[in-house]
Design a protein. Structure first.
Length: 400
C-alpha cells in the first residue's frame, strides 16, 4: 500500500527517491494502523473482501508495470539492477508483472500451509486468516520487493511453466464454480415455476439461456471474421475447437442419461460453460502479438485499452464470485467441508409429522437446514460456526 501511495511521486527525479521512501514508510505504517484498528474480522465475508481488495491492488500495480513509464522508473529505482530490454522484437517488461504476482502467490501459499487443517473459526490458527492484517500486508509488500532482486532467468522458467500451469488450474476452478452458478440459477427458476407456474421465471430461464448462446455465437462469428484470416492457423484451430466443444457439451447436456442422473441439468449449465469458454478464446486471440497480421485490434491503442479494461472487469467479477462461492459451498469442489452432518432418514413406522423428538434429533435437523442454506448461498459460512457454538452452550447447560 505504501508503494501505491508513492507512485505519483516517482515523476519527480530530483527528490523523488527520498520522498518516495518516506511515503512508502508512511503508507505502510498507515495501513498497519488502520488494519490494527480493524483487528480481527468477525464476518468471513469481510475477510474475503479484504483479500479481494489486496488482489485488486496487486492487479492494478501489475497493469501499471506494463507501461513504458513504469518500466523506466522501475529500472531507475533498482539502480539499473533490473534492465528492461526492448530491442524491437521482444520486451521483458512482463517479468515485472510476474515478480509482483510471485510475491502475492508466495504470501498466499504460506498462509495456506499455516492454515492446513483449520475447519472453523474456533481453531486457534483461524486468527491468521481473519486477523493480523498489519503484519500480513507488510509481509506481502516485503515479498513483492524481494522478488525484484531475484535473477530474471528464474522468472522465465516460472512464467512459462509454473505460472502457466497454475493459471490453467485457476481457469478450470472458475469454470466449475460458474457451472455451479448456472445450476443454482436454474434451480431457482425451476422452483418458482413449479410452485407458482410463473411465466416470468420461465421467461427468465429461457431468455438467459438463449442470451448466453446468442452471445457465444456472436463472439464466434466475430472471431472468424477478424482473427481467422488466411495464414492464421493457430487462431483458426482455437476458434474451431471451441466451437466443437460448444456443440458437444450442448448435445450431451440434453441426453436422457444426463437427465436421468440429474433431472434439473440442462442447457443453462451448458450455456454458461459455452459463453465463458468463448469469451476466454476471444480474449486470447484479441491480445496475441500481431506477428502474422492476425490481430487487427492490437494496432489501435484505444481499442487495446478498452479490451484490457473489459477483460479486467470480467476477470475481477469472476474472481469475486469464485472466492466467495468456494468459501461457502465446498461441495461444489468435491469436498464435504469441515462440518460433519449426518443424513436424516425416515423409518417405515414414522408418520412424517414430528411431534416428539429427542433434542439431538432436533439439533441435527437444524444443522441440516443450516448446511443447505449455506450451500445455496442464502447464509454465510460463519452461520455454521455460530450454530456449533450454540450447540456447545446447550450441551454445557444439559450437563450442568
Amino acid at each position: 500500500m505504501g508503494a501505491l501511495l508513492s507512485l505519483p511521486l516517482l515523476a519527480v527525479p530530483s527528490v523523488g527517491t527520498l520522498v518516495t521512501m518516506g511515503a512508502s514508510c508512511c503508507g505502510a505504517a498507515t495501513c498497519s494502523a488502520v488494519c490494527s484498528a480493524c483487528g480481527k474480522f468477525q464476518n468471513s465475508m469481510a475477510t474475503r473482501i479484504a483479500y479481494a481488495f489486496i488482489l485488486l491492488l496487486n492487479s492494478i500495480v501489475s497493469w501499471i508495470m506494463l507501461t513504458p513509464w513504469a518500466l523506466k522508473k522501475l529500472q531507475h529505482l533498482t539502480l539499473d539492477y533490473m534492465e528492461i530490454r526492448c530491442d524491437g522484437k521482444e520486451c521483458h517488461g512482463w517479468v515485472a508483472v510476474h515478480r509482483i504476482n510471485f510475491g502475492l502467490g508466495l504470501f498466499h501459499l504460506i498462509l495456506a500451509v499455516l492454515l492446513l487443517g483449520v475447519k472453523n473459526s474456533r481453531d486457534s490458527r483461524a486468527a491468521l486468516q481473519n486477523g493480523f492484517w498489519g503484519p500480513k500486508i507488510i509481509l506481502w509488500l516485503a515479498f513483492v520487493v524481494v522478488s525484484f532482486f531475484i535473477p530474471e532467468s528464474f522468472f522465465f522458467i516460472y512464467g512459462n511453466y509454473i505460472a502457466f500451469f497454475c493459471a490453467m488450474l485457476f481457469l478450470l476452478l472458475g469454470l466449475i464454480l460458474l457451472v455451479d452458478l448456472a445450476h443454482s440459477w436454474a434451480e431457482l427458476c425451476l422452483e418458482k415455476i413449479e410452485d407458482n407456474d410463473s411465466g416470468l421465471w420461465r421467461g427468465l430461464l429461457i431468455g438467459s439461456t438463449l442470451g448466453m448462446y446468442l452471445a457465444s455465437i456472436t463472439m464466434t462469428v466475430l472471431m472468424y471474421i477478424f482473427f481467422a484470416h488466411s495464414g492464421c492457423s493457430m487462431n483458426q484451430a482455437a476458434i474451431t475447437v471451441n466451437l466443437i466443444v460448444f456443440l458437444v457439451i450442448s448435445f450431451i447436456s440434453v441426453q436422457p442419461a444426463v437427465q436421468e442422473s440429474n433431472p434439473r441439468a440442462g442447457l443453462a449449465q451448458a450455456a454458461m460453460v459455452t459463453v465463458y469458454c468463448t469469451y476466454l478464446t476471444l480474449s486470447a486471440v484479441s491480445m496475441e502479438p500481431d506477428d502474422n497480421h492476425c490481430n487487427p485490434l492490437i494496432r489501435s491503442s484505444g481499442t487495446r485499452t478498452v479490451t484490457v479494461i473489459l477483460g479486467a472487469i470480467v476477470t475481477m467479477a469472476t474472481i469475486a464470485y469464485t472466492t466467495t462461492r468456494a468459501a461457502t459451498q465446498g461441495i461444489a469442489l468435491g469436498s464435504k467441508g469441515g462440518h460433519a452432518y449426518s443424513q436424516l432418514g425416515t423409518e417405515d413406522n414414522e408418520h412424517g409429522l414430528v411431534t416428539q423428538q429427542p433434542p439431538n434429533t432436533r439439533r441435527e435437523m437444524r444443522a441440516e437446514a443450516l448446511r443447505q442454506a449455506v450451500e445455496s448461498g442464502s447464509l454465510p459460512a460463519s452461520a455454521l460456526d455460530d450454530d456449533s457454538d450454540d450447540e456447545d452452550d446447550f450441551e454445557n447447560k444439559q450437563q450442568g
